[in-house]
Design a protein. Sequence first.
Lengths: 272, 496
Amino acid sequence: MNKIVEKEYFSEKIVKIVVEAPLIAKSRKPGNFIILRVGEKGERIPLTIAGANVEKGTIDLVVQKMGVSSTKLCDLEVGDYITDLVGPLGKPTVIHKLGTILCCGGGVGNAPLLPIVEAYKKAGNKVITILAARNKDLIILEDEMRKHSDELIIMTDDGSYGKKGLITQGMEEVIKRETVNECVTIGPAIMMKFCSLLTKKYEIPTVASLNSIMVDGTGMCGACRVTVGGKTKFTCVDGPEFDAHQIDFDEMMSRLGGYKQEEHDMFEKFQK
Amino acid sequence: MERSEEYIKNERKQDWRVALQKKTKAKDRMSIERAIMAETPPEVRITSQRIEVNTGLTKEQALVEASRCMDCVNPTCMEGCPVSINIPKFIKNIERGEFLEAASVLKESSALPAVCGRVCPQELQCEKRCFYVEKLHQPAIAIGYLERFVADYERESGNISTPKMLAANGIKVAVIGSGPSGLSFAGDMAKLGYDVTVFEALHEIGGVLKYGIPEFRLPNAVVDVEIESLRRMGVKFITNYIVGQTASLDDLKADGYKAFYVGSGAGLPRFMNIPGENSNGILSSNEYLTRVNLMGADSEDSDTPVLRGKHVVVVGGGNTAMDSVRTAKRLGAEHATIVYRRSEEEMPARAEEVHHAKQEGIEFLTLTNPIEYMADENGRVSQMKVQKMELGEPDASGRRRPIPIEGSEYILDCEVVVVAVGVSPNPLIPNSVEGLDVSKWGTIEVVKDKMQSSIPEMFAGGDIVRGGATVILAMGDGKKAAKNMNIYLTEKYLVN
């Protein structure tokens, strides 16, 4: 049982919770994720760790209300307990001093991106961060990102904040302007796919962090399998980060919808 | 505990045993027919995942069956048991009506009698070595049925005994993984006086007994009672904890743990790497069974979804394949089909499971192998291409090698495919412990019979060493490891 000690609404549907998990706060590294479960009938869902406080023994999680399980989690209040929480899982991000790093976040992908931005900056890189969303309200963690980035670019689909346009437009401007040594992209699968296509054109090594469907998160179920470089990999133990240019994003997007009908039916029932 | 031949002989000469031996003539014992296990009718049991198939022997049946046992001078059955249960002693206790005493005999050797009584392949172990089989070529004493009877009797009586324990020695040992191997190890170490903590990655204790074996073969409630017995013996359990990730081995050493037993199991499911295999609707038996058994996806109130379909095909011929296909039937599949590349004779599944599956209307396509999957416009599997096979010369496993028949391909409809073609060892511990010798298959290398790894204070057993075996072999490893870790720790810390 892990107690929720803070809760903050980033938007109507995006919530940040700070959870007591002292061992994980100490052992987690950028890129790691956890699996949690709300209630005795709850589903096991993976969430990437957005930050941690070792002294307080807490970790930060950012959740978007999507279906039954994420809604149940978002509806918990400060003082409530998460039934089960295990981690840290997955391989951590490989951080080196490389030069200039382009960090591209979309939607709630900004949350797992934050510790990576921090770590790259700390390792002595120049970090240019681009955050993208449909509109201003959906841009999250802007201040924290600004704090750890040399430059922060905001892109919105509707132009309500920052520059109007897709994330790839912002990226291409930077790439044309200066040498980028590596790119990291975390966000909706479709966004990562197009980020990856762009950087492939410019031959910039790129890492994407995947949010596949998982049950156990320890390599046991294989629900999270993804084709990377023509080989089947498990996101939970081989990832969650992979060479973006090798990922079969179309298959990955299809697999994210593997339980769409079942999830839809459950959500309808839940709302009644 | 280890027992000498002499000890077993002396026990056999106890007055009550001698009296029983004299009470009934051998000829009369041999004229009794082996008990038949009652079963829930197939049409009833396929309506729910949670109705047990075998319903257990009655008291009368158990008394009669126990009287078949000859109480042999040289009980070969015991040699067939991986955990060396004193089989004649527990059976003769049944014959004299001392069921609770029989239960405590089981507990001298096994931490999980109610589990073993249900899922052990006795026909290949103790019962295969029974006097009736070896000398008379008749059906063996139903040792497995009797074991289950005694364990169930004790549980239902409410008088659950705790085995004899040595005084606490204050030495902390950690168990990594709470499956059958870890539980067996934990029980033996607790009896020897160690301070035992079991670390489990999932949110439930029991490993494959909970996430793998379905309720209709092994109810979780039965497993929980055995775990409760271990708790009463002082074993501590910590769930949601991955050793090597949540905290390192060094952190645990700093916490005072002197030795470790790794029973982390065979984690990674194998796939066949054929075209279309990553389509939606194709999943591993681990995923399928975990969703249903651990997460309760068969019931309305669970938040975890499970895929259902009219045509569910399960690829494989082992016990896990049988568990999966029978689960599919219970989830409402009109056609639940096994596709297996060899013939029924080579199936690794227990004959009993195959028999039960057939009773339940499971369809079998043997000598058939999938070679490609076809998906619909949504990426969901809709058909599979299979190829017929014939059997050639025996291969490394000693079974006849399946050879594809050219031009025999045809198409099967399927909305759900469960791949049950084996598992590979869980990589978490081998990856996170430096200096640990690991084979090219990813299994932990141990000194045979000692179960000690290349790190002296780390022992290992079960599927993480074997790569994929049975509950009872995993338990046997746990026992061996406990015995040898005790020797190691005694020399290191207890002998001055």
